[in-house]
Design a protein around this ligand. Structure first.
Ligand SMILES: Nc1nc2c(ncn2[C@@H]2O[C@H](COP(=O)(O)OP(=O)(O)OP(=O)(O)O)[C@@H](O)[C@H]2O)c(=O)[nH]1
Ligand SMILES: [Mg+2]
Length: 366
């Protein structure tokens, strides 16, 4: 049985040189664990970060349990002419780096870092932004606006959001095509680099960034399209490698989550309302509006039993030990023995729409 993925999520930070990408990483990793060194930051106009590097961040969850995220620092774009990497080379290098993660489906969030101070650079930013957004496809991109302390606003953290909304920057960025899944305005000084009250207020922003990898919009991992009618039921296989779908078109398909390939295992003469894997993942039970509950052997695609439910089956479920299958529908509840296919329990009752076994299989709720 395949185990659940425990791989940490990957967040990659990109942006023009000197925008505060490395500083942002230091902020996220504060306080550093003993033996860890911070990402190198510099005021120097020569690009500071010279190679990509992933930093492990243990970000807090609302429930207090930290979760691990790999935050990747990258080389800066558009260094001045005295930088160490020409703009086109930096772009090429960064695209290659991003593609290697996108290809493996291992990029979860892209942070595009830009300074709120340099108003005149928005067009250049927009050009790069759109280019990189197209490289990452449907991975969510979040804009991180840094260096807002350098603007002549009054103190207090409220001015950070002010930059985005009241100052009209959101509209300008949108007009330039910089659509993002979210945005965040920060001062990205490392925490031990005190900058008075503004800085203290703005440290709170750190937690907003920390939450981004968790709260970013859902995106489809894979889209499966084949059924000729709606998908009316679905279930993951116990080892999480396959998904079964039942449809209004009467077919049951089993999809390989990795490759996207599907197997048609058969079906019903009408709407399929429910599918359930056996605990060992070898069989699948299906319930349909043709009044049948079917048990299929998945690897050989054979119908093991077609059981007469005497109701339009609305929900089916294997028991946790796999020895029983239960079905509910209009007017009755039925339970069969899955080795003999004989009815082990039957109850005429009002109609039911759903059912569930307790984990030890001793009770059935419907
Ligand atoms: N005033 C101010 N300075 C900042 C802020 N964030 C970063 N800096 C400073 O800006 C300089 C550049 O920051 P880095 O984090 O090295 O920038 P970078 O984007 O990693 O730069 P490259 O590695 O060259 O691409 C450093 O001196 C930082 O201390 C901020 O929010 N406000
Ligand atoms: Mg850097």
């Amino acid at each position: 049985m395949a185990s659940k993925s425990t791989q940490p999520k990957n967040v990659i930070i990109i942006g023009h040189s000197g925008m505060g990408k490395s500083s942002l990483i230091n902020m996220l990793r504060h306080p550093l664990s003993v033996g860890d060194s911070p990402a190198r930051c510099s005021n120097d106009t020569v690009g500071c970060t010279r190679e990509e590097k992933a930093y492990e961040c243990n970000l807090p969850r609302p429930n207090g349990q930290p979760y691990k995220v790999m935050v990747h620092d990258t080389v800066g774009l558009e260094e001045e002419r005295w930088g160490f990497l020409p703009a086109s080379a930096a772009k090429k290098r960064l695209k290659k780096y991003l593609k290697s993660y996108v290809k493996e489906n291992k990029l979860h969030l892209l942070l595009y870092c830009m300074s709120g101070q340099r108003g005149g650079q928005k067009k250049a930013q927009a050009k790069n932004y759109k280019e990189f957004k197209s490289v990452v496809g449907n991975v969510p991109v979040v804009l991180v606006i840094t260096k807002l302390d350098l603007l002549n606003y009054t103190t207090g953290s409220a001015f950070l959001d002010d930059w985005w909304s009241s100052k009209g920057n959101q509209r300008v960025l949108q007009e330039l095509g910089m659509e993002s899944a979210d945005h965040i305005c920060v001062i990205s000084f490392p925490k031990d680099n005190s900058n008075g009250t503004i800085f203290d207020d703005c440290q709170a922003r750190c937690s907003d960034i920390q939450m981004l990898p968790k709260s970013s919009p859902l995106r489809p991992h894979r889209v499966f399209e084949r059924h000729a009618d709606w998908v009316s039921s679905l279930a993951f296989s116990p080892d999480e490698t396959h998904i079964a779908t039942g449809s209004g078109d009467g077919t049951v398909l089993i999809w390989n989550l990795q490759t996207g390939a599907h197997t048609d295992i058969g079906g019903h003469t009408g709407f399929i309302r429910s599918v359930s894997f056996s605990p060992d993942g070898q069989r699948i039970a299906t319930g349909g509006y043709d009044g049948r509950v079917c048990i299929w052997d998945i690897s050989s695609r054979t119908l093991l039993f077609a059981l007469s439910a005497e109701h339009d089956s609305r929900a089916v479920s294997f028991s946790p030990d796999g020895h029983q299958v239960a079905s509910v529908g209009d007017g009755s509840v039925k339970i069969w023995d899955t080795t003999t296919s004989s009815t082990s329990h039957s109850l005429n009752d009002r109609g039911h729409w759903t059912l569930a076994y307790t984990p030890d299989g001793s009770m059935l709720a419907c």
